[in-house]
Design a protein around this ligand. Structure first.
Ligand code: MTE
Length: 321
C-alpha cells in the first residue's frame, strides 16, 4: 500500500514551499493566540494565485482561513495523496487512477443545485472557484483501513447551500458525480452502479467541517482526487466524500448512496468513522497511515468527536452505522 505517483515532477506542487508557509502561518498563529486549541484560525492578507495541476489552469484563491485539525500529525506528500486513489469510474486499481484520469475534462464545469430550495441555480466553475476559500488539514480515513492527512483547499458546503436557500421541508442533501463512458471507458467494469451518488443529512451538510474541496496543497485539485470539485466530510469514511460533483439536490428523504446500494450490510448511510463498530469483514479499530509502517489507533469520528458527536446524540451508532 504505498503511493506510486505517475505524475511528472513538473506538475508536482512544491511541497516544501507549502509546508514552510504552513509552518510559518502556524507559528505566527500560535504566537498570537493564548488559547491555541484545534479550531479555526484567521490568517493574513488573502492573495489570489494562479495554479496549474493536470490539464487545466484555473485560479484558486489564496485561503483566507488556516486551520490545523490534525495538528500533531505529518501531512502526507503530494505524491501519496495524488498517486493512491479510489475513483472507480477510471480504475479499480489505486495506482492507475492518476494516469487514466489524466485527460479528464474538468473545465468547463457546472454544478446544478436544486430540489427543495427557494432559488435553484447552476454554478459554473469560475463562480465556485471565487467562493472565499479556506485551507483545512484533515485526517482522511478510508473504510478499507488506510488513512492519510490531507491539506485541502475549499469552502464550507454551508456557504453554497445558503445561496440557494433550503426550504424548511428539506432534511437531506443528495450528491451526484459526473458520468460519461467516453471519458471513463473503464467505468463499465467498476462493479458498482454509476453515476456515483452520495448523501448527507442536512445538519451534516451544514456543519462547518463539511467542505467542497477545489484544491489541495494550495493548488488546483488533481483529476484523480475529484477535480474540479468534490465533497470532503472528515469524520466519515472516505467513500462519503464524493468526487467531481455535478448535481446537489435538497430532499425530504434519505438519499440512496452508491456503496449502500451495492452492499447495505457492509456500508450504511451514515458511515461515521467508528473504531468500535467493525466492518463485517474486518476490524475498524486501527488504521494504516499511508507512508508509515505498522498501524495506529482509529479515533471516534476520526478525531472530530468534539465537533460532531452532538449531531448523533441519542442515536444507536450500531444500527445507524
Ligand atoms: N467518488 C466517486 N465519484 N467515485 C469513487 O470511486 N471513491 C470514494 C471517494 N469518492 C469514489 C468517490 C472512496 S472509496 C474514497 S476512499 C475516496 O473517494 C478516495 O479519495 P482520494 O482518491 O482523493 O483519496
Amino acid at each position: 500500500m504505498s503511493g506510486s505517483s505517475k505524475i511528472p515532477s513538473s506538475e508536482i506542487t512544491p511541497e516544501e514551499t507549502f509546508l514552510n508557509r504552513r509552518f510559518f502561518m502556524k507559528s505566527a498563529i500560535w504566537a498570537g493566540s493564548s488559547v491555541a486549541t484545534a479550531g479555526l484560525y484567521r490568517a493574513f492578507a488573502p492573495r489570489p494565485e494562479v495554479a496549474s495541476v493536470g490539464s487545466v489552469i484555473t485560479s484558486v484563491a489564496e485561503p483566507a482561513v488556516q486551520s490545523v485539525l490534525a495538528a500533531d500529525e505529518k501531512i502526507n506528500s503530494f505524491g501519496e495523496i495524488a498517486g493512491y486513489n479510489n475513483y472507480y469510474e477510471f480504475s479499480t486499481d489505486k495506482s492507475e487512477v492518476a494516469d487514466k484520469a489524466r485527460n479528464f475534462v474538468t473545465n468547463p464545469w457546472a454544478v446544478e443545485v436544486g430540489g427543495l430550495v427557494q432559488s435553484p441555480r447552476t454554478f459554473d466553475l469560475e463562480e465556485l472557484l471565487k467562493m472565499e476559500s479556506v485551507e483545512r488539514t484533515y485526517r482522511f480515513r478510508c473504510v478499507e483501513g488506510w488513512s492519510m492527512v490531507i491539506p485541502w483547499v475549499g469552502f464550507p458546503l454551508a456557504k453554497l447551500l445558503a445561496k440557494v436557500q433550503p426550504m424548511s421541508q428539506a432534511t437531506h442533501v443528495a450528491f451526484e458525480t459526473y458520468y460519461d463512458l467516453k471519458q471513463m471507458p473503464d467505468a463499465g467494469s467498476a462493479g458498482i452502479d454509476l453515476p456515483y451518488v452520495e448523501g448527507l443529512r442536512l445538519d451534516e451538510a451544514m456543519h462547518p467541517l463539511t467542505l467542497m474541496a477545489t484544491g489541495l496543497y494550495g493548488k488546483t485539485l488533481p483529476n484523480q482526487n475529484g477535480a474540479p470539485i468534490r465533497l470532503v466530510v472528515p469524520w466519515k469514511y472516505g467513500f462519503k466524500s464524493i468526487k467531481s460533483v455535478v448535481k446537489i439536490t435538497l430532499t425530504d428523504k434519505e438519499p440512496p448512496t452508491t456503496w449502500n446500494l451495492a452492499n447495505p450490510r457492509e456500508y450504511g448511510f451514515y458511515s461515521n468513522v467508528n473504531p468500535t463498530v467493525d466492518h463485517p469483514r474486518w476490524s475498524q479499530a486501527r488504521e494504516r497511515r499511508i507512508g508509515e509502517s505498522g498501524t495506529r489507533e482509529t479515533f471516534m469520528f476520526n478525531g472530530y468527536a468534539e465537533q460532531v458527536a452532538s449531531l448523533y446524540a441519542g442515536m444507536d451508532l450500531r444500527t445507524h452505522f
